[in-house]
Ligand binder design. Structure first.
Ligand code: TA6
Length: 283
């Protein structure tokens, strides 16, 4: 992330910079959306934000860590009518509720302006705890504050920066995945896991850690992605033809990113008073 890019983001949406001797992050209050994380130990940006991303405070930001809530995607092919893909919190203004600093991390807690919206009947409090240190921890808490149960899905839809997707490798996933590019047909996870075309996969896996090797042929740069509270890991790259149709991605943007998402795709039901936490830790 260059200072020119940061300046551009700050002019368009309210952002906060979270600094700690062990790492720094930039967060957009529009969407409660982490845009950048750079740990001091290697100075390597972990997140990808499209140079053509919209920062108009209306459309979802392409890149960083979008928060998908109270549903992920389009609920597995169910028509949502006019409802937005990935729910409505990623297009909402959040506010800073709390900030704490200790030797290990600088923590900020964000809350959305409201959790109410078309397509969701529950009563919920949502908060996002972001801890910036040598690792980035993002924890999405959903608390049922109503008197009846509700079911929801959600995701931390993280876009990771890679040097070259065609050289990148993902480790730590096994078993079967639902292939959205083939009508959710079940397929076996490839081993080794490389990328050579459009990828849109829901791995029905509770893998606690996957490792992304970023495709830099001159080094061994990798990122460990820890997940908690999930039932799936989603892996997405739109590839070239789709990028050409996306106004907020450059045609070759697919070469420099891979989404590895900590997700609940099958649904969590919270009884009155219950809480759920979905956490992704980026190392
Ligand atoms: O998480 C994968 C996915 O649901 C894909 O199917 C893909 O379309 C992507 O998210 C991006 O969605 P968006 O609504 O941000 O364009």
């Amino acid at each position: 992330m260059t200072s020119a890019l940061l300046h551009h983001w700050q002019q368009q949406v309210p952002t906060i910079e979270v600094q700690h001797p062990k790492g720094r992050a930039i967060i957009s209050l529009f969407g409660g959306h982490v845009l950048s994380f750079i740990p001091a130990k290697d100075g390597r940006e972990r997140l990808y934000v499209s140079p053509q991303a919209n920062f108009d405070g209306k459309q979802a930001i392409r890149g960083g860590i979008p928060v998908c809530w109270p549903w992920f995607s389009d609920r597995h092919g169910q028509a949502l009518g006019s409802l937005p893909a990935h729910g409505y919190l990623r297009k909402q203004l959040w506010q800073l509720a709390d900030s704490q600093f200790n030797d290990e991390a600088h923590q900020v807690r964000l809350v959305p302006r409201t959790t109410q919206g078309d397509g969701f009947d529950g009563q919920a409090d949502v908060s996002l705890l972001i801890e910036v240190g040598s690792r980035l921890s993002v924890c999405l808490t959903t608390h049922n504050t109503g008197s009846t149960a509700f079911t929801f899905t959600c995701a931390l839809h993280s876009y990771f920066a890679v040097q070259d997707i065609q050289q990148a490798e993902l480790n730590g996933l096994s078993g079967q995945f639902e292939d959205k590019t083939r009508h959710f047909q079940l397929s076996d996870t490839p081993s080794p896991y490389h990328f050579s075309g459009e990828t849109d996969r829901v791995h029905l896996s509770r893998a606690a850690c996957v490792t992304l090797h970023d495709g830099n042929v001159y080094g061994n740069a990798h990122t460990d992605i820890h997940s908690q509270g999930h039932d799936s890991i989603v892996v997405w790259n739109p590839w070239e033809a789709n990028c050409q149709t996306m106004a907020d991605m450059p045609d070759d943007g697919y070469l420099q990113m891979l989404c590895v998402e900590t997700a609940v795709t099958q649904g969590v039901t919270l009884a009155a008073g219950e809480q759920h936490q979905l956490r992704q830790i980026i190392d």
